[in-house]
Design a protein around this ligand. Structure first.
Ligand code: UD1
Ligand code: MG
Length: 470
């Protein structure tokens, strides 16, 4: 897809200084996450595609540090609104950072993460192609509660936006609402913004009053009605957060499925926005594929698997209820069911990790197997090694971590305890139940357990002597 160039005649102000009282949270509203990203990131990413980064100014206030941190990587600039005296006041706070940089100023709210690039571009183009002082996006909502209502004159032109708190019962019945997305002619915005007052029930400087202010000064204000109201939803409560999260998740799932991935029961599946999945991979129900995970072609991801920040090559099979974190898995490897790759693992081609096996900071060579009930931590397991059921690497001595090395083709008998640092040489055998504390040379057998004693006839003699109830 060809990327549209950004428009340097536009500056964008993103309002993100409020706490978001209705979220009932300690955390600033725009730092809450939906669809795998903070709300502010969604908005800033979209703005970056429309205007050059230095023309995007985010107004911060509540938890300013954290909000800046969340979007610092995008190269945008910031303005601080020390006291949150309303959306109009927030734009005033950005004046110094924005004035003189661009002919048009778009204003968006940081709590509206669904807005699409094409819609914002269309609004800006509408404003650029008209003589109006501003253009604003409106939409129709079945339930307009909480939104500013759009009041029109007899010719259907916008006259004012009335906020929920200030609206009369007749005005509350209006379903045409202000989406909170504006494009102003810069010069007229700065000229008239000083005319905003706090003369309303909330005692705030409402940005929405700019409609009346501009009309009063004899200017036109355009509206752009957008029918798909879903992309205009603003988040004020956790209920709305969940609704938006779902929409964003659905967008990603659609993208993944249209690119050739089968997703079973997609309504139960979570795939983060940066995840990549190859063709003909099958993703089972209730899976979560998170962070920067990359999955190859022809993989099968079993039900309930949780995979984060990992790379899976082609043809990998992940069994149900497996957790894979920050690990690399080679082609054709099988992991799970019920396995846990905690972090820093590298599983080579064709290797297999079975049920109730935990790996941490471990390598498992080509074709190696650890199929049942094992813990391999800080370990390098060579190609073709067979790790028996119940094998444990004792990597921690209470003070320090130590490494275990098992060379190619070695065989570790079931229930072995490998006390690190220790090395098992190529092709060596460790007898089942051994506690191995010293290195085992290549091709040898190590037994680290007490010899079995058999006393023939002992049981029979005992029964004879003691009688017994059985
Ligand atoms: C606002 C609009 C309303 C519109 C709705 C769309 C106003 C007065 N009302 O209402 O017409 O229908 O959005 O979603 O603009 N903020 C600041 N500083 C402040 C106050 C707010 O930066 O002093 C930021 C908030 O962090 C938030 C955004 O502005 O990201 C919007 O504020 P919010 O309180 O959510 O406004 P709404 O009541 O939703
Ligand atoms: Mg809002």
């Amino acid at each position: 897809m060809a990327k549209n160039p950004t428009d340097a005649s536009v500056a964008i102000i993103v309002l993100a200084a409020g706490l978001g009282t209705r979220m009932k949270s300690k955390k600033a509203k725009v730092l809450h996450r939906a669809g795998g990203r903070t709300l502010i990131e969604h908005v800033v990413r979209m703005c970056r595609r429309v205007a050059p980064p230095e023309n995007v100014v985010v107004v911060v206030g509540h938890q300013a540090e954290q909000v800046q941190e969340a979007v610092r990587g995008y190269g945008v600039r910031f303005a601080v609104q020390k006291e949150q005296l309303g959306t109009g006041h927030a734009v005033m706070a950005a004046r110094e950072a924005v004035e003189g940089r661009a002919d048009y100023v778009a204003v968006l709210y940081g709590d509206g993460p669904l807005l699409e690039e094409a819609t914002l571009r269309a609004l800006i183009e509408k404003e650029q192609g008209s003589t109006a002082a501003a253009a604003i996006i409106t939409t129709v909502l079945d339930d307009p509660t909480g939104y500013g209502r759009v009041i029109t004159d007899s010719e259907g032109r916008i006259q004012a936006v009335v906020e929920q708190k200030a609206a009369t019962p007749e005005q509350l019945a209006i379903k045409v609402v202000n989406s909170g997305i504006y494009c102003f002619r810069a010069e007229l915005l700065w000229k008239h913004i000083t005319e905003l007052t706090t003369d309303n029930p909330a005692g705030e400087y409402y940005l929405t009053d700019m409609v009346e202010v501009l009309r009063r000064a004899g200017h036109d204000v355009e509206t752009m009605m957008v029918e798909d109201s879903s992309q205009l939803l603003g988040i004020n409560t956790r209920v709305e957060l969940a609704v938006v999260d779902r929409i964003l998740r659905e967008r990603k799932l659609r993208e993944v499925m249209l690119a050739g991935v089968t997703v079973e029961k997609p309504e139960t599946v979570t795939i983060d926005p940066d995840v990549e999945i190859g063709r003909d991979t099958i993703v089972g129900p209730f899976t979560q594929i998170l962070g920067r995970t990359k999955i190859g072609e022809d993989c099968v991801i079993g039900a309930g698997a949780v995979i984060s920040d990992s790379e899976l090559a082609d043809g990998v099979e992940v069994g149900p209820l497996t957790v894979i974190q920050d690990s690399k898995v080679g082609p054709g490897a099988r992991i799970g069911p019920y396995a846990r790759l905690r972090f820093g693992n590298r599983i080579e081609a064709g290797a297999a990790v079975g049920n109730f096996v935990e790996l941490k900071n471990a390598e498992l060579g080509e074709g190696a197997k650890a199929l049942h009930l094992a813990y391999l931590g800080d370990a390098a397991i060579g190609p073709g090694v067979n790790v028996g059921a119940g094998t444990i690497t004792c990597n921690y001595d209470g003070l320090k971590k130590h490494r275990t090395e098992v060379e190619a083709g070695a065989f570790i008998g079931s229930n072995s305890t490998l006390v690190a640092p220790v090395k098992i040489g190529e092709g060596a055998y460790v007898g089942a139940g051994s506690v191995i504390t010293r290195d085992v040379p290549a091709d040898s057998l190590a037994l680290g357990r007490s010899r079995q004693v058999v006393k023939e006839g002992w049981a029979r003699e005992r029964r004879k002597k003691k009688g017994g109830d059985g």
